[in-house]
Design a binder for this molecule. Structure first.
Ligand SMILES: [Ca+2]
Ligand SMILES: [Ca+2]
Length: 342
């Protein structure tokens, strides 16, 4: 089974039972719900899961995304599990009396009702035939070594981390690895022989496979945040392009987007204030000055002083800059400021 989408099923995405031998590759399981294993119930079968994404699945009992049981033999390589929820244990995965191997996989941001053990929100297990995790980011696992959460009944195969994977834009459903993600080049090449990741890009970049279903660092640019929107479109019909809304820290589909550059005077000083997404690589925008709206020159660093940068919403910061008039000869009477976007 390659490149399928299983979404919003009220009675789970897929059931694999005794005798079956299945490969699941480049699949997305989203928003499925069942009693055991919101997306997948694997009873006694041999199943290999590769480069697949499990988001927002829900189990009324154990295994928010996957339930592995009845002497099944399951291996997961380069999975990404987030937003899954189990009523009891195994927010992402529950394994019982089975062989279970997990590698190069992200389990982060899942929930379980039985939260007496923090690891229950990620993975729970009982009576394994054999179960091992390696080269994975598993929230509440403690990471490889002495702090490893043994109650998962999952052997520590080494190189496991308990850290934020730094998804690019999880609030917007973008689970690619952002700049500086610990998942970059964190995997073990030998556990996954596929040619492509879940998006169809080359599975190994930079010589070492990444952790999770996506390969490669996703730069903080418009096309990665909003892959389905054209920069020149106007999704929210506010008169500004999608790229301009984004450049001013707004979601292009938000009806409240009001891109603007505030320019104001206080105590005899001049200030500029605008919002933007932090650390974006494409819309820093250059500030320009003009005495007459005709001739425009760049505002250079010595003419500006950063007053403050504050976070005003998820993925949105507000920056205030002071203009230093002493260094702006020729602009004593009038100055026009604009922010040029690329
Ligand atoms: Ca890589
Ligand atoms: Ca717009």
């Amino acid at each position: 089974m390659i490149g399928s989408y299983f979404g919003n099923n009220d009675d789970r995405g897929l059931i694999v039972v005794t005798g079956a031998n299945v490969i699941i590759d480049d699949c997305v399981f989203e928003g499925n719900r069942s009693d055991h294993g919101g997306a997948l119930y694997i009873g006694g079968a041999t199943v290999t899961i590769l480069d697949s994404l499990f988001i927002d699945n829900q189990a009324d009992e154990s295994g928010g995304a996957i339930n592995v049981t009845q002497s099944a033999d399951v291996s997961v390589a380069n999975g990404t599990f987030t937003g899954n929820d189990a009523f009891t244990v195994g927010g992402a995965i529950h394994h019982a009396s089975s062989t279970f191997d997990i590698s190069n996989t992200i389990v982060y941001g899942n929930q379980a009702g039985f939260d007496d053990l923090p690891s229950n929100s990620s993975i729970s297990g009982s009576n394994p035939v054999s179960a091992t995790a390696r080269h994975s980011i598993i929230e509440h696992s403690g990471g490889s070594g002495a702090s490893w959460a043994g109650e998962m009944n999952l052997a520590d195969g080494g190189q496991n981390l308990d850290v934020d994977p730094l998804f690019l834009y999880p609030e917007g459903g973008i689970y690619r690895l952002g700049p500086g993600s610990p998942g970059l080049d964190g995997g073990l090449n030998s556990t996954n022989g596929t040619a492509t990741d879940v998006r169809g890009d080359a599975r190994i970049a930079g010589g070492t496979i990444d952790i999770g279903c996506h390969e490669g660092e996703a730069a903080r640019v418009f096309s990665n945040f909003f892959p389905h929107l054209s920069p020149d479109g106007d999704e929210n019909a506010n008169g500004f392009t999608n790229l301009t809304d984004y450049a001013y820290g707004y979601h292009p589909a938000s009806p409240d987007a009001r891109p603007r550059l505030d320019f104001y005077e206080e105590d005899g000083s001049l200030f500029l204030r605008y919002t933007l997404w932090p650390e974006t690589a494409d819309v820093e925008g250059s500030l320009e000055k003009s005495p007459d709206l005709d001739q425009w020159d760049p505002l250079v660093e010595s003419e500006l002083s950063e007053v403050s940068t504050i976070t005003v919403a998820p993925n949105r910061i507000e920056q205030t800059l002071q203009l230093l008039p002493a260094s702006l000869p020729g602009y004593e009477d009038t100055i026009f400021i604009r922010r040029e976007l690329p």
